[in-house]
Design a protein around this ligand. Structure first.
Ligand code: URA
Length: 446
């Protein structure tokens, strides 16, 4: 071997700086299976405590990006803008933003992930639409974007395989929440995915990897620098994840909420606001507007005139899904979707006392939703598309004793019971009106 792995571990353990060559060597040999997990785990823990500087972080990103395929999207016409969220609870924004920007002429060639732990994944959500196919051959993927302007598919196993292996190891060795490791992990995949520009939604709060604003800002700045140094225009928006985003947390119920917003429904307000804000930036980065503000106006227009919902339906149909299931039925209280997956059992959570909603812990709601069957504890778990939690209040609302806070859905009675107990603990009710967390906290790189 070119280097001694234990020398590299010791160097980092003692606070030394690793060279790009040492990092490249480690990533390449580990991916090939030449370095055992116990040595990789030791190095990750050394990095976790001693940190990496900017140069080391760039080198790690580059090495992981180059460990697999680099997607070539050059035969798709237009400026391709990718969007990435660092993972949230109730985050269905991609389902809304992607058809909006496609309806405004920005090509969307997006590869998304599946959910793990308390965070959901766009691909799982889309698969709750009957027949929707999330696996397309590269040629079909490119043709679809050129012909209808949008395709949403699952991530190929050949993108940044080094990150896949290292992330799985980080997951079981307590080494996920480190700025260099998170930023290089995400950016290695984004840089390999072939877009021209990247919009990052960095979540901040109890339902996110970064709980404080300062940590989220540091992550956003590092990721923007990595993107820009690789020649891609990169913008990051720091957004609140202390309470779930919108009402629905799950899969089919999140698709229903996204479809409601695409049809022009004005609530949940946080979902509508964040979708339009991010869409405005993407339309600007995609060269179809002169500013993010102009992009936002275009986004509002395609929702109003129905073009965004039509684009979503067109994508569903083209990817084998049944578009009639998302057409739904309009009632006095909004839309209902009788042909989307629905759970056999449900349980209501009601306020134990009157007062202000002071907290809805997003992490706890995410965990409870996972336990209804909507999420995975391990990558191999299967999910129940109809399960989840619908939260009907926001932080700052005043509630009377006994009023509805949330409804939990599951196809398993025992899972429902356990999840409902957990979800109930996520709500705190107090006598004083709390400060309502700001949804969009900062935008970096615009
Ligand atoms: N998502 C990733 O892809 N990697 C991380 O390290 C954290 C979140």
């Amino acid at each position: 071997m070119k280097y001694s792995v234990s020398d590299i571990i010791i160097k980092k353990r003692n606070g030394g700086k690793l060279s790009a060559d040492e990092i490249g060597f480690f990533v390449e040999e580990y991916t090939k299976g030449e370095i055992p997990d116990y040595q990789a785990a030791a190095l990750l823990m050394a990095i976790y405590f001693q940190h990496m500087d900017e140069e080391e972080t760039f080198a790690l990103t580059e090495a992981m990006k180059n460990s697999g395929d680099i997607v070539d999207l050059s035969n798709i016409k237009g400026i391709k803008v990718d969007k990435h969220s660092t993972g949230g609870v109730g985050d269905k924004i991609t389902l809304i933003v992607a058809p909006i920007v496609a309806a405004c002429g920005v090509p969307v060639a997006k590869m998304s992930g599946r959910g793990l732990g308390f965070t959901g994944g766009t691909i799982d959500k889309l698969e709750s639409i009957e027949g929707f196919n999330t696996v397309l051959a590269p040629e079909d993927f490119h043709n679809q974007v050129n012909e209808i302007g949008i395709a949403l598919i699952g991530q190929s196993g050949h993108i940044a395989p080094a990150d896949k292996k290292l992330y799985a190891l980080r997951d079981v060795t307590g080494t996920v929440p480190n700025l260099s490791l998170i930023s290089s992990s995400i950016m290695s995949k984004k840089l390999a995915a072939g877009s021209d520009a990247i919009l990052l939604d960095i979540k901040c709060g109890k339902g996110a990897f970064m709980e404080t604003f300062d940590d989220a800002k540091a992550l956003a700045e590092t990721m923007c620098k990595i993107g820009e140094s690789a020649g891609k225009r990169t913008v990051a928006v720091i957004t609140d994840m202390s309470q779930p985003l919108g009402y629905a947390v799950g899969n089919s119920i999140e698709v229903e909420e996204a479809v409601d917003v695409l049809k022009g429904q004005k609530w949940p307000e946080d979902v509508v606001e964040l979708s339009l804000y991010l869409a405005g930036i993407m339309i600007y980065l995609g060269g179809k507007a002169n500013s993010a503000e102009e992009g936002r106006k275009m986004a509002e227009e395609v929702v109003k005139n129905g073009a965004a919902f039509e684009k979503f339906k067109e994508m569903v149909k083209r990817q084998g899904g049944n578009p009639t299931v998302i057409e739904g039925i309009q009632t006095e209280d909004g839309w209902t979707y009788p042909n989307m997956p629905a759970s056999e059992f449900k349980n209501e959570i009601r306020a134990e006392k009157s007062g202000y909603i002071c907290e809805i812990n997003a992490g706890e709601i995410g965990n409870a939703s996972q336990h209804t069957g909507a999420g995975r504890a391990t990558k191999e778990d299967t999910i129940d598309h109809s399960a989840g939690i619908s939260v009907v209040v926001n932080v700052g609302d005043y509630v009377e004793k006994g009023s509805l806070l949330a409804t939990c859905y599951s196809n398993s009675e025992w899972k429902l019971e356990k999840a409902s107990e957990e979800a109930a603990k996520a709500f705190s009710i107090g006598d004083e009106a709390p400060e309502v967390p700001k949804l969009i906290k900062a935008t970096i790189g615009l």
